[in-house]
Design a protein around this ligand. Structure first.
Ligand code: PLP
Length: 488
């Protein structure tokens, strides 16, 4: 084949076929999402289902895009769990909206890697402004925002787990430098062996993992009867460890625990952290989105005492994964901790805008601020508030239906879009209930266990969920309970 043939061939594909493919996919996406309710929420495939459906090797010759399109249902959708179906109630939600999908398309087209300001100035600058917009929407204190004119500001991380680790590394750096001022003779290794952090026993597993990755001790503390970490418990632990020669350096307060959506007593914890000069990080991965509604901000009282605050717009704010917002009052502790500056990444404007590569673990980063920009503009704060309030109202509807059936009990107070409930019966009966519910295949839930009590979690996940869907889900739970209790 001559060069000319190759050129012509690619031209036809790029200019014609592939654009048609993109347009056809756009229609398919809309059809998929608009009719998602009709799909079976969890597929019935077995492990290994996919390999026999595709060839052993990549094709030597290009295939028509229509062949790929034809395989999407057969190969992919047959094995997809439909997280955006109103029948999906597992985990916490993950967000999905057309504005965010379209923004991801544009980000894919620009396809820049925004590790420094000069690598794509719009990528950095839109992120700085979007994190200021978002911070104001939540009612975060100005001391977290770039617009305050100081060093503070926000950054988009991939996940809450990364945010917890990044904050821990900043806290570690700050503490090591402070301790060295007092004890210049101590080595880094000596100091590191004394560092200790704290979190609620109910904190997400990513907190424990951050401790392991950061090479420091983390203590899980016992919460009160409402699953909240309290200030006194933290104070006792810090004082005990200090007496034993350890150096308390980091606390994670969780607003909306994964198991039951409990809220740590942030105000009390903040006082203790400030008294002892300990870095306070707030993990509000799921529930943080609700703070755009002023009526829920009482749950983050004391946030001004924190050093870092994180939540996932990709969970509950209609911004597709990944988009985890982290604000830092003093990003220098992180920037300094991670700063390696090879010549090929230097540029003339260094210092006049953030080089976000210093604020995160990877070097590369996508243009994720576009998703925030499109979503915030095309929904407006008002419609995003409606979305949050609707999900919470739907959770209360399920709570009401469940509470009216004396066979059930509500395990945790419902404050957000999560209902924790169980049969008034043994753990085994509740395990059987969940098996039946998921086995019937109409809805999907996951369980949790706190202090040996097993319960079921029903999260409102889909942006398509309506009251009628909650009635369908309740009927499924009820029918499964009938089967379990009648011993069928
Ligand atoms: N923190 C809390 C409270 C969570 O509920 C979750 C996930 O549900 C996480 C952290 C982890 O989130 P990510 O997957 O963004 O790391």
């Amino acid at each position: 084949m001559s060069d000319q043939d190759t050129k012509l061939n690619f031209e036809t594909m790029e200019a014609g076929d592939f654009k048609d493919f993109a347009k056809a996919m756009t229609d398919y996406i809309a059809e998929y999402l608009e009719n998602i309710r009709d799909r079976q929420v969890v597929p019935s495939v077995k492990p290994g289902y996919l390999r026999p459906l595709v060839p052993e090797q990549a094709p030597e010759k290009a295939e028509p895009w229509t062949a790929v399109m034809a395989d999407i249902e057969r190969v992919v959708m047959s094995g997809v769990t439909h997280w955006h179906s109103p029948r999906f109630h597992a985990y916490f939600p993950t967000a999905n909206s057309y504005p965010a999908i379209v923004a991801d398309m544009l980000s894919g087209a620009i396809a820049c890697i925004g590790f420094t300001w000069i690598a794509s100035p719009a990528c950095t600058e839109l992120e700085v402004v979007m994190l200021d917009w978002l911070g104001q929407m939540l009612g975060l204190p100005e001391s977290f925002l770039a617009r305050s004119g100081g060093e503070a500001g926000g950054v988009i991380q991939g996940t809450a787990s990364e945010a917890t680790l990044v904050a821990l590394l900043g806290a570690k750096n700050r503490t090591i430098l402070r301790v060295k001022e007092k004890h210049p003779e101590w080595t880094d290794t000596e100091i590191l062996s004394k560092l200790v952090g704290y979190c609620n026993k109910q904190a997400h597993s990513s907190v424990e993992r951050a401790g392991l990755l950061g090479g420091v001790k983390l203590r899980s503390l016992q919460p009160d009867g409402k699953r909240r970490l309290r200030g006194d418990t933290l104070r006792d632990a810090i004082e005990e460890d200090t007496r034993n020669g350890l150096i308390p350096f980091y606390v994670v307060a969780t607003l909306g625990t994964t198991s039951s959506c409990a809220f740590d007593a942030l105000d009390e914890i903040g006082d203790v952290c400030n008294e002892h000069g300990v870095w306070l990080h707030v993990d509000a991965a799921y529930a943080g989105s609700a703070f755009i509604c002023p009526e829920y901000r009482y749950l983050m009282k004391g946030v001004e005492k924190a050093d870092s605050f994180n939540f996932n717009p990709h969970k509950w704010l209609l911004v597709n994964f990944d988009c985890s917002a982290l604000w830092l009052k003093e990003p220098r502790w992180i920037i300094d901790a991670f700063n390696v500056d090879p010549l090929y990444l230097k540029h003339d404007m260094q210092g006049s805008a953030p080089d976000y590569r210093h604020w995160q673990i990877p070097l590369g980063r996508r243009f994720r601020a576009l998703k925030l920009w499109f979503v915030l503009r095309l929904y407006g704060v008002e419609n995003l508030q409606k979305h949050i309030r609707k999900h919470i109202a739907l959770a209360h509807l399920f709570e009401k239906l469940c509470s009216a059936d004396e066979r059930f009990e509500i395990y945790e107070e419902v404050t957000m879009g999560l209902v924790c409930f169980r049969l008034n019966d043994s753990n085994e009966k509740n395990e059987e209930l969940l098996r039946r519910i998921n086995g019937r295949g109409k809805i999907h839930l996951v369980p949790s266990k706190i202090d040996d009590t097993y319960f079921l979690r029903l999260a409102i996940c889909s942006r398509f969920s309506e009251e009628s869907d909650i009635h369908v889900s309740w009927e499924e739970v009820k029918a499964s309970a009938d089967e379990v209790l009648k011993g069928q």
